[in-house]
Design a protein. Sequence first.
Length: 193
Amino acid sequence: MKKIFNLAVAMSVIASSLYFASCGDDDEEEPTKREHKKNENNQGDNNQGGDNNQDNNNQGNNNQGNNNQGNQNSIGEPQTSVKVAEGDTFLITNEKLGIKDKKMIVASIFRDQIVLNVYGTLLYMGSNGDYRPYAIKFNSDGSPSACYYKDASMLADKVLFVCKDDFVIASGTLDTSSVISSAAGETTFRKIN
């Protein structure tokens, strides 16, 4: 079982490296594509209440119903629980821990595991607390780290967020364990893509 675990960790690191390496050339084309699609969507109905604002997977207007009318990188409302998808980018805030608008990117998702780039640190987590780290905590040096339930419950006041079923990440205040939920400070996620 330990070999499988180590293999999964190695695969996630390799997959994440490949993911970020393959995105390097795309950055130069992306604004042009977005502007072109933005202009296409704004012709005709000006995107006021149209179906494009409701579709989370719409590449032309990724506003998700927040009426920002064409602003591709608009920041959504803060939420304490979000379902994540590969490529999502969030700003995370936890006032108790002194964290404000730190960037988190969902690098990849496979099987029951999420690989996150949490303000520069690559971490993985899953909803199965026995076999995968399921919480992200804030360390004394200011860096984040993944931890299992045992560590999360001993350092509950340092828990940023936990992983729930179906690739949902949630503030530590929403954890099913009262030990963690009562000690953790509220973490919010604002989607920016």
